[in-house]
Design a protein around this ligand. Structure first.
Ligand code: NAP
Length: 252
């Protein structure tokens, strides 16, 4: 596995994403929210996908108030998304935008933190559905739109436990190994046949609801806020990373 970081002290141009259309999953909270705001602040029209409409609306309002391009709102529960729903979404985006310049797979469930022996079947499937299956389905349906962009970027979100297995991290860790694998398979398939680059980001410990749930004994503010880890998210979405593919990045 190839592991890298964004160029040191990377600073994108103010309008690095001008005119780009970028989808962010799990855009209502945490790292996805920060990425949506950062992408819009650099000129992108952001498609906000998430399961809690009120949170998406709050991000929409924040982008509008900051003077960013009007975003699009896609309330979808990735825990139950069907093939038909994903195909319909792709058709709607095709009609409205005609292409997709970026896709950030960020939405994830932490799920149960238990031994394999005591993990529930239902909990296992919920995590694999949101973290792996839905990311595959969206990617497959959106590939034609990504192919239609002059240069597109797909980013998957990994984790430290997606690179080294740790006890009691269960389906979440396994889903992140699968995510790294999905990135490598797709990057290899597209490398010489398209202008789509495909990479992973491991955010590292970041002060979000998920981190606070996973590490209740930790002082939350000891970790960076989502806005602090945006350089690599901007680097991989901007044309500054053209030609970079098949790499797993560390945000910290
Ligand atoms: P978070 O604060 O829990 O945010 C997760 C987002 O995913 C939320 O917006 C959530 O929506 C959305 N989501 C969850 N289930 C969904 C579903 N069924 N359908 C649609 N959206 C759904 O987590 P985060 O810390 O920002 O995590 C972002 C990514 O970074 C994840 O992939 C996570 O695994 C990864 N990561 C985080 C850390 C860290 O320290 N924070 C470390 C390593 C990796 P709702 O708000 O509506 O529930």
């Amino acid at each position: 596995m190839l592991i890298r970081q964004a160029p040191e002290h990377y600073q994108p141009a103010a309008q690095a994403l001008l005119g780009k259309v970028i989808m962010v999953t799990g855009a209502g909270d945490g790292i996805g929210r920060a990425a949506a705001l950062a992408y819009a602040a650099h000129g992108a029209t952001v498609i906000l996908l998430g399961r809690t409409e009120a949170k998406l609306e709050a991000v929409y309002d924040a982008i509008e108030q900051a003077g960013g391009p009007v975003p699009a709102l896609v309330p979808v529960d990735l825990g139950s998304i069907s093939e038909q729903q994903a195909a319909d979404l792709a058709a709607e985006l095709q009609a409205e935008f005609g292409r997709l310049d970026g896709l950030l797979h960020n939405a994830s469930l932490l799920g149960e933190r238990r031994s394999m022996a005591s993990s529930s079947w239902q909990g296992w499937q919920e995590v694999m559905q949101v973290n792996v299956n839905a990311a595959f389905l969206l990617t497959r349906e959106l590939l034609p739109l990504l192919q239609a962009a002059p240069s597109a970027s797909v980013i998957f979100t990994s984790s430290g436990v997606g690179r080294v297995g740790k006890a009691f991290w269960g389906a979440y860790a396994v889903s992140k190994f699968a995510t790294e694998g999905m990135m490598e398979v797709l990057a290899a398939e597209l490398e010489n046949t398209s202008k789509i680059r495909v990479n992973c980001i491991n955010p590292g410990a970041t002060n979000t609801a998920m981190r606070r749930a996973a590490y209740p004994a930790e002082t939350p503010t000891d970790n960076p806020f989502p806005a602090d880890i945006m350089p690599v998210y901007l680097y991989l979405m901007s044309d500054d990373s053209a030609g970079v593919t098949g790499v797993s990045f560390n945000a910290q």
